[in-house]
Design a protein around this ligand. Sequence first.
Ligand code: 0HH
Length: 208
Amino acid sequence: VPPYTITYFAVRGRCGALRIMLSDLGQEWKEVVVNFDEWMKGDLKKTCVFGQLPKLQDGDLVLYQSNTFLRHLGRKHGAYGKNDNEAALIDMFNDGVEDLRTKYVKMIYQEYDTGKEAYINGLPDHLSKFEAVLEKNKSGFLVGDSMSFADYSLFEVLLNHQVLSPTCLDAFPALKGFVSRMSSRPKIKAYLDSDAYKSLPINGNGKQ
Ligand code: 0HH
């Protein structure tokens, strides 16, 4: 029995980074897919701490909030830095990725037709910040010399942005190298090549 169960809608959405992380860690998980009609009945929503999905179960532990999932896995599987200072920096970069993810989600769901172009024009300003971090920290990871949950989160956000704007990383060699290295890690590559990944849309409204 796989230790982890993800309950979510049929999207990559807020579980994209989590699934990539689980794959890279060699963990198995079960998916419980919730469809719109089922959700609208409201029974499941009532059981959710914040009235929303995704939900992650790890044995008896039931969690909500997608970034909490990443932190939990980071703690359990050695992807949360070597000491408290590294952990704090990992939190900081993950929060920075979350800021970008939130802007992306807002554009996708609320202003795709009117705001996509301005969003893409504004991207270099955000991407250059992560470029500078990776350039400074020569290891190829955001913090220290090993993988953390923030790396998976950044990677997944960058993959989605390359779908939105295929050339968006062209001016950022460190980010391009990062995406290329992450994509070619064997377990990540196998997951990204799988139907499980490919069959899920990035977002729930058909926009990407
Ligand atoms: N901060 C939370 C987290 O990071 C945010 C969770 C959230 O926004 O986990 N949940 C949304 C779905 S994520 C939610 O539960 C976006 C996926 C959209 C796919 C929709 C497919 C159609 C199914 C309705 N939303 C439902 C709700 O709030 O009632």
